[in-house]
Write a protein that binds this ligand. Structure first.
Ligand code: SAH
Length: 396
């Protein structure tokens, strides 16, 4: 399904800027703003966020990136074959299932592209069969690579149709020999006829089956299915912005809603009395609990639940809540969650959003319910693309 475009009115390429430094950008469609110099990309995002949030409060200057390329620490490619049977890797052309061959990408961490090139070269020699989406035959489907920012760890996930990996031991052995930077290789089993990349089951083929990284001086373990920010160089900027807005004094009960592996809350744990995290993905919650332990954090509890359902329970039980940090997916939060937040009346709500249009929608509900929108700060987490993150502070 084509992703919903937050900014349908993107500026047309200026004739002199039309040439982009990527030969497949027109067919791939992932970098909608690549034709603009970075300062103009930022100006464009500033304008769009102002249009969406400016009626609620002044929008502060967008925080851009130092070096806005090769920032993606999570890389996913599809494996495919051309008419002559040659194996290649690429991306789905925007909104289709047509695979555009991509050897190197301006956004990817180059370590990931190098590993992918090796895997593609190895596949025919190891007589591995590529999955065909039309006939539903074949074995290997996708490659996902995650590269840590601080620890340098690299997690390779091979997505295949079954647990039985023909010649898997030799394949993984060669891969590790050629890329000693890889710290773990996992097999994800996805036998469904679906466009979802990952199936439910993961098996470790080499190493511990997860990766570890550091953010804001804390250590985090990340499993293959757990969310981890895509732009790790900019994540600390985002988290510091959110945690500063929360103005914590050490006395608060903080709820980190949609907490993933607990990263935001655990980075703030030293500054609160009590941290509660809620997250739907069971793997991520398991990581969050382990991450609390890894960092010696003893004032945190994490729950695996739908954030809306969890908030309803908190409101029914009149649980005290001083500060709420929420970071929902692009589709935003929901009625249950927001109305319970209005009942619980935390002093401050910090809303971290990667979907400014759903942020605007949810912000209007909070404002109607008695909150004041005080600050809005756009943070560019996705240079070259039209997506933009924003952090917003609401007070009673
Ligand atoms: N704050 C985290 C994760 C943000 S991404 C970080 O910075 O890493 C959004 C998270 O919301 C994902 O981990 C996703 O699994 C989770 N999520 C999606 N729908 C949810 C729901 N209904 N209830 C709780 N968590 C949900």
């Amino acid at each position: 399904m084509p992703s919903r475009k937050p900014f349908p009115d993107r500026p047309a390429p200026r004739p002199e800027a039309r040439k982009t430094p990527c030969s497949v950008s027109a067919r791939c469609g992932g970098c909608q703003l690549l034709h603009l110099p970075y300062q103009e990309q930022l100006a464009h995002k500033q304008q769009m966020i102002t249009r969406l949030l400016g009626q609620l409060c002044p929008v502060e200057p967008i925080i851009g990136m130092q070096d806005p390329v090769h920032y993606r620490g999570k890389v996913h490619v599809v494996l495919s074959q051309d008419r002559n049977g040659h194996v290649f890797s690429g991306v789905y052309a925007a909104g289709t299932h047509h695979v555009v061959p991509v050897k190197s990408c301006l956004l990817h961490d180059p370590r990931a592209d190098a590993i992918i090139a090796t895997i593609v070269e190895m596949i025919p020699r190891h007589k591995l069969r590529i999955y065909n989406e039309n006939t539903h035959r074949g074995y290997l489907r996708h490659i996902q690579i995650r590269t840590a920012n601080v620890t340098g760890q690299v997690m390779v996930t091979l997505v295949a149709t079954g647990r039985e990996f023909p010649g898997g031991r030799a394949f993984v052995g060669e891969l590790i020999r050629r890329h000693p930077e890889i710290t773990t290789v996992t097999l994800n089993i996805n036998s469904r006829e679906t466009s979802m990349v990952l199936g439910k089951t993961d098996v470790a083929l080499y190493g511990p089956g997860f990766m570890e990284d550091e953010l804001c001086g804390k250590r985090f373990r990340i499993s293959p299915q757990s969310f981890y920010q895509v732009n790790l160089r900019q994540t600390e900027v985002l988290y510091r912005t959110a945690i500063d807005l929360a103005a914590l004094t050490g006395q608060e009960t903080l709820l980190d809603a949609y907490c993933g592996t607990g990263t935001i809350g655990l980075c703030a744990a030293d500054r609160v009395k009590q941290l509660i995290g809620v997250e739907l993905n069971a793997d991520a919650v398991r990581d969050a609990k382990e991450n609390a332990r890894l960092n010696g954090v003893t004032n945190a509890r994490f729950f695996c639940d739908d954030a809306g359902r969890f908030m309803v329970k908190m409101a029914q039980e009149h649980q005290p809540l001083d500060v709420l940090i929420m970071d929902p997916p692009r589709s935003g939060s929901d009625e249950k969650f927001l109305s319970s937040a209005l009942t619980l009346q935390p002093k401050r709500i910090v809303y971290v959003s990667c979907g400014p249009d759903t942020l605007a929608r949810d912000a209007a509900i909070l404002v109607k319910g008695g909150y004041r929108a005080v600050r809005a700060i756009p943070v560019d987490m996705f240079p070259c693309t039209e997506h933009c993150e924003a952090v917003m502070l609401f007070t009673r």
